[in-house]
Design a protein around this ligand. Structure first.
Ligand code: PLP
Length: 407
């Protein structure tokens, strides 16, 4: 891909024509952006302009002027209100989703709740699942059947009548493979097991129909652009809520918390999965990003994710790079994973010398994340050109292959 070659010119003209025709193109102006080619929105999303304004309002007016009165003027309802908005992104009904805690804590609460409500003890998952989820399972003293496959067929085959719970990342964090949610939910139900989906890499990236799934968790700092460490969410299907109990019996999950009764009795509905006081600043900061996705519509966001990932794959193929993300757009999320033995030094060279921020996942995966609301085709074309330069000129040889830091 040489600058003077027709190939790069063709790619650039194709990209700019696609940007002009892009129905979501104008959303980019609603984010704080600069010349950096940021392909890491799958890890930490960019800052929506409205969020800075919202934080100022919450700090200066709600906290600064109204102080404790603000709890009764909107803060107390915030976990439910924002939860319901996230629910609309995943096809849930009102009262099934709540914003709370971190993804890890929510995962622990829901696995514990699911297992306490059944005799089965075996949890089925796969070894490409996000490590935090695996660690949390390991800490629960349960039997884990961890299969070394991302194939829906192999996962379905690992379920049997001893299975209490199937849990997977809907979109795999390394490969970007998207599981068939309905198929695996049905397969779990067919053996009498529940299913818990980790939506961290799919919510806000692709349309989700949570359907009959029992449980889900996810984070808001990736495609929802909620900010670093922003409050996560959990989903529990309506008809299961009364039967399930959070193992973290904090006062925010208590019925009539402000009666200060001495014995725990869980709140009705999804509110029982709260634990302690919600972090209002972080929670409020998630709303503008979620609103932008609702305004754009997840169908359109998903269509653009499919087109942009295909665009990236086509260029990666022309450079003979090894793409490990599925080719079927229904079976992938919104990032493209490239396997390269020098992925880590290449990522460092891109950041240090080329103003391109990809991310890296050990041992050899370069991830290129697309956030359809602010990623342009022109960014993708330019990023691939710079990746080609880094590889062809071997400048990455100057960078350490010792892995370290946040990637
Ligand atoms: C798929 C998945 N699950 C769980 C987590 C853990 O989230 P947290 O650190 O917010 O608890 C992450 C973090 O990136 C993730 O990507």
């Amino acid at each position: 891909l040489k600058e003077e070659g027709t190939e790069i010119q063709n790619l650039k003209s194709k990209a700019s024509a696609l940007d002009v025709a892009d129905p979501l193109g104008h959303f980019r102006d609603r984010f704080v952006v600069d010349d950096l080619i940021y392909l890491d929105g799958n890890s930490l999303g960019r800052l929506p302009k409205a969020t800075a304004e919202r934080i100022r309002e919450v700090v200066e007016q709600q906290w600064g002027e109204r102080v404790i009165c603000s709890w009764g003027e909107g803060w107390l309802d915030l976990p439910q209100r924002i939860g319901d908005k996230i629910g609309r992104l995943i096809g849930a009904k009102e009262g099934e989703t709540i914003a709370a805690d971190s993804t890890s804590v929510n995962f622990y609460k829901l696995v514990h709740a699911a297992l306490s409500a059944t005799d089965g003890r075996v949890v089925v998952t796969n070894s490409s699942n996000f490590p935090s989820d695996l660690y949390l399972l390991q800490g629960l003293g349960i039997e884990i059947r961890q299969i070394d496959s991302e194939s829906d067929e192999a996962i379905a085959a690992a379920l049997d009548d001893r299975t209490a719970l199937l849990t997977l990342s809907h979109v795999e964090f390394k490969s970007g493979l998207r599981h068939d949610m309905k198929r695996l939910t049905d397969a779990a139900h067919a053996v009498g097991a529940k299913v818990l989906w980790d939506l961290s890499h799919s919510v806000g990236a692709v349309p989700i129909d949570i359907g009959e799934a029992d449980l889900a968790v996810g984070c808001t700092y990736k495609y929802l652009n909620g900010g670093p460490g922003a409050t996560a969410f959990l989903y529990v299907r309506k008809d299961l809520q009364e039967a399930l109990r959070s193992p973290i019996q904090g006062w925010f999950g208590q019925q009539n918390a402000f009666e200060f009764g001495l014995n725990y009795s869980p709140a009705g509905g999804i509110g029982r999965f709260l634990a302690g006081t919600p972090p209002i600043l972080s929670l409020a900061a998630t709303e503008p990003g979620i609103d932008l996705l609702l305004e754009a519509g997840m169908d359109k966001v998903g269509e653009k994710a499919a087109l942009q990932t295909a665009f990236l794959m086509e260029v990666a193929d022309s450079l003979s790079l090894e793409v490990i993300t599925p080719r079927n757009p229904q079976r992938r999320g919104s990032h493209v994973a490239i396997r390269h033995e020098a992925a880590w030094p290449i990522a460092q060279a891109l950041i240090a010398e080329k103003s391109v921020v990809p991310d890296f996942r050990t041992p050899d995966v370069l991830r290129l994340g697309i956030a359809p609301l602010y990623t342009r085709y022109a960014d993708l074309a330019e990023a691939m050109k710079r990746i080609a330069e880094v590889i062809e000129t071997r400048v990455y040889h100057a960078y350490s292959s010792e892995i370290g830091g946040v990637t």
